[in-house]
Design a protein around this ligand. Structure first.
Ligand SMILES: [Zn+2]
Length: 341
């Protein structure tokens, strides 16, 4: 029977970066909240280590070895934000492995949906560069695995973390096999992801960056999902949808100034679920950022309530706001369906 799944591993708690916003307490907060909801019926599964060849399909072996050796030597600071300790390598292998296992379960039909809730997060890790709290790009490794091991030809990665997912952007910049859509505050760390970055070569048009201003909130995000992301996805027809699920666009998050509410995350998830149902494809989520523990836990629960519900929520009319109309007009060059928005 197909059930929703929750991937985790105690190694996530051993990646101890000291006084740092990306901390083990994030996972504890999420799990305390989910326990209060009986885990929304999710089967809890221990995340395996990612297989070496699965990881090196995105990150060169020399880079992986460098992370392994730095951790084995006791760790240190890769940059001002990105700290590792001895246990970080194991945590990072499990974080990538959880996302990969989630994809396996979704594509075999064993899981109806799910969340891979491990740390360190991934979407800032470029193929050969750790940064922004991230060592391996978990969602990118999982998306690549869907192509390589399951023979998929089209995967949609929707990144709603408030920061631009520069790692995933880099991993799939030149391929149409992954449609990478990132909604992110701009200007903000890491400074990449202008609307003009649409991918390159055969991937031109398949990187969709939608920067939003500080102070943006539920109305703009809902409008972008409904009037930009949904028609994009219906044109692209992905065989799998992965959410790069950061919750630092919440209004209470200390690292950014987008003002989504917990209900806003539920609404975004609702649109994604309706899309997945219409396309008849599975959808799963991989944890990224989110640094206010209360907001993180509540928003994760809000997403999972919608993902694990028997049916998608009914559609409601969502106002087409000018910024969403402008984004659609910009994208119409590569995506003719968006000219009609
Ligand atoms: Zn973030």
């Amino acid at each position: 029977m197909s059930r929703p799944v929750y991937l985790s591993h105690p190694a996530s708690l051993e990646h101890d970066t000291g006084a740092h916003p990306e901390r083990a307490a994030r996972i504890v907060a999420i799990e305390q909240e989910l326990a209060r909801h009986d885990w929304f019926g999710m089967e809890r599964i221990e995340a395996p280590r990612v297989a070496a060849e699965t990881l090196t399909a995105v990150h060169p072996a020399r880079y992986v070895r460098g992370i392994e050796e730095l951790c084995a030597a006791g760790g240190g600071a890769i940059d001002a934000d990105t700290i590792v300790v001895e246990a970080s390598y194991e945590a990072a292998l499990r974080a990538a492995g959880g996302a990969v296992r989630l994809v396996d379960l979704l594509l075999s039909g064993e899981a109806s949906t799910g969340l891979s809730a491990l740390r360190p997060p991934g979407h800032h890790a470029e193929p050969s560069r750790a940064m922004g709290f991230c060592l391996f790009d978990n969602v990118a490794v999982a998306a690549q695995h869907a192509l390589d091991a399951h023979g998929l030809e089209r995967v949609l990665v929707l990144d709603w973390d408030v920061h631009h997912g520069n790692g995933t952007n880099a991993a799939f910049h030149a391929t149409p096999a992954v449609l990478f859509v990132s909604l992110h505050e701009w200007p903000l760390y890491p400074g990449t992801g202008p609307a003009s970055d649409v991918g390159s070569g055969a991937g031109a048009g398949y990187t969709v960056n939608v920067p939003v201003a500080a102070g943006s909130g539920d109305a703009l995000y809902a409008s972008l999902l409904e009037h930009v992301v949904a028609p994009l996805a219906l044109s692209y027809r992905p065989q799998l949808i992965l959410i790069s699920a950061g919750f630092d666009a919440h209004r209470d998050d200390p690292l950014a100034c987008v003002e989504l509410t917990t209900g806003g995350f539920a609404a975004l998830t609702g649109t994604v679920r309706r899309l997945a149902a219409e396309l008849e494809v599975p959808v799963g989520a991989v944890l990224e950022g989110g640094y206010n523990l209360t907001a993180l836990a509540a928003s994760t629960a809000a997403m999972l309530r919608v993902l694990t519900a028997p049916d998608p929520p009914t559609a409601t009319d969502v106002l087409l706001v000018p910024q969403a109309q402008a984004a659609a007009a910009r994208l119409a060059e590569h995506w003719p369906a968006l000219a009609a928005v």
